[in-house]
Write a protein that binds this ligand. Structure first.
Ligand code: UN1
Length: 513
């Protein structure tokens, strides 16, 4: 990795050999066990992080709670100014942070840069939003009365993020929460703790330079037990969690038990429908990027392609041909398309899924394989695979976080394809490739895709930050990022003001003394 400037990037981001994994904004400390971060790129130890102990956790929550009392009084546009400065620092650190994301997580450098760009974009969005946290005004039924609603900061927001987007998903939450006047406590994935430390370093600089209260943006590190402290903590009104459906169900139930709010962004089982009118060239680019980008480890990754029988052979052949062109290897080398999986557990799941698909009757079109030899020493590099399947196969119903693409044939009307696309437990992203207006509009209609994201002539992954991001069913129902996703980070208050000299009651009720 030396040749790709990783050492310089780590130094720029303030990562040393052993790093404190606990931070109350400006102050870094930690008294827990050591967590080692190994790169899936070359298997090397990148650096160590000292995790948060229970006592550290308590310090963090106290600092956050104290900081909130001050931060909520700072005007929203001023909070926006702080987020603007954070965005500026991200621009200055885009190269270094993109490299760290690529090296610690394993996604291609282009996608590492793309992830940092998402952070910059959400900061810009949040800055504008800081002057637009609008409520509505209503007409009161009573004379000389005025009604309106306003949004107030919520409090401490707990953010639990996943390894696959180790920096961007945190920033979607943090940038919005901060302009909304909330303070954040972030628990990054144990698989990408250095990305967490690097981001916290950047934001801590902004806090220091602005003399803002300690605890506005806190960091904790550890395994699920530290995450559990967050979910059970009634001092934390909102938990935003990204990860597996299994994890999300535990988080949802724990947070609901104390009547807290949760924002969940869980698994996807995203499909592209290819109709007879599809532009095949566009379909192939969208499908291949969707399936092999981030080595199939995005929650928006394309897992299924549902192809009309009249174009099935042509599309399948084009996909197979495209897969032969894929270069798999060090993701920091921009000649490669596909990097490693996150770890050897993921490799095992990938291999088992392909075996299961075959055992259920699937037909291999491009075989998978674990790559070995020079450049593949980490044991995390696999060949993207294509398997022809039925939508009803058990394995096809599951989200496997790996580059396995399932091809499914449909016949007759596009309605049949839509039914198949919806016939899974997850509901994150979906797409249709068609130049037929009726098919496209049907797909977007109430009778169409049941997902939170539905695209026409675009793949399933790579959403822009301006739209609300999230999905239905087992995806968890949460919406992050753009549109009005900010509302979940605030509490709504309805205010009625009587400026008259009598007290008429609503609903015309008479009550005289
Ligand atoms: C995720 O995989 O958790 O739409 C987030 C996309 C990215 C975000 C993915 N903008 O693919």
């Amino acid at each position: 990795a030396t040749q790709f400037g990783i050492k310089a990037a780590l130094a720029q981001l303030g990562i040393s050999d052993i790093n404190d994994g606990t931070s109350t904004g400006k102050d870094f400390f930690s008294t827990g066990e050591i967590l080692e971060s190994y790169s899936p790129v070359d298997g090397a130890l990148i650096a160590k992080v000292r995790m948060s102990s229970i006592a550290d956790y308590e310090k963090v929550i106290q600092a956050a709670t104290e900081a909130f009392k001050v931060f909520r009084l700072i005007s929203a546009p001023k909070r926006g100014e702080m987020v603007r400065q954070f965005g500026e620092k991200l621009r200055q650190n885009k190269d270094a942070l993109g490299k760290l994301v690529s090296y610690e997580m394993g996604k291609s450098l282009q996608e590492g840069y793309g992830e940092v760009q998402e952070m910059i974009d959400i900061c810009d969005f949040a800055v504008g939003l800081s002057r637009q946290l609008h409520g509505l005004t209503m007409h009161s039924e009573r004379p000389n009365h005025r009604m309106y609603e306003q949004y107030h900061p919520l409090g401490v927001v707990g953010i639990i993020s996943a390894f696959n987007f180790p920096v961007a998903v945190w920033s979607w939450n943090a940038a919005l929460a901060l302009v909304c006047g909330d303070v954040c406590v972030w628990k990054p994935s144990e698989k990408t703790p250095l990305c967490g430390v690097a981001c916290q370093n950047i934001l801590a600089d902004v806090l220091r330079e602005n003399n803002l209260p300690e605890g506005i943006s806190c960091l904790i590190n550890g395994d699920f037990t530290i995450g559990e402290l967050l979910t059970k903590d009634s001092r934390i009104p909102l938990i935003s969690a990204t990860g597996s459906t299994r994890m999300g169900k535990i988080v949802a139930q724990t947070v609901a038990a104390r009547l807290g709010k949760s924002l969940l962004e869980l698994g996807g089982n995203n499909a592209i429908i290819v109709t007879p009118d599809a532009d095949i060239k566009m379909t192939v680019i969208g499908a291949v990027f969707g399936a092999v980008g981030t080595a199939g480890q995005r929650c928006t990754s394309t897992r299924r392609i549902i192809i009309h029988e009249s174009v099935y052979d042509k599309v399948a052949a084009a996909l197979v041909a495209a897969y032969q062109q894929l270069r798999i290897g060090n993701p920091l080398d921009q000649n490669n398309h596909v990097g490693p999986l996150i770890d050897t557990d993921a490799v095992e799941k990938y291999a088992k899924a392909i075996d299961k698909a075959v055992a259920e009757g699937g037909k291999i079109l491009v075989d998978g394989a674990l790559l070995s030899g020079e450049g593949y020493e980490s044991g995390c590099y696999v060949k993207p695979a294509i398997v022809e399947v039925d939508n009803s196969f058990e394995i096809v119903q599951q989200e496997t976080f790996a580059p396995i693409l399932y091809l499914i044939k449909y016949s007759g009307l596009v309605e049949n394809a839509i039914a198949m696309q919806n016939n899974v437990a997850q509901g994150l992203s979906s797409a249709i490739m068609t130049n037929n207006l009726r098919e496209a509009e049907l797909f977007l209609s109430t009778a169409g895709s049941d997902c939170g994201i539905a695209n026409v002539n675009i793949g399933t992954s790579g959403a822009e930050i301006g739209g609300a991001f999230g999905g239905e069913k087992e995806t968890g129902g949460g919406r992050e990022s753009g549109s009005d996703a900010w509302k979940v980070y605030m509490r709504r208050q309805t205010n009625t003001i009587n400026y008259g000299s009598s007290l008429p009651l609503a609903q015309g009720i008479k009550f005289d003394l």
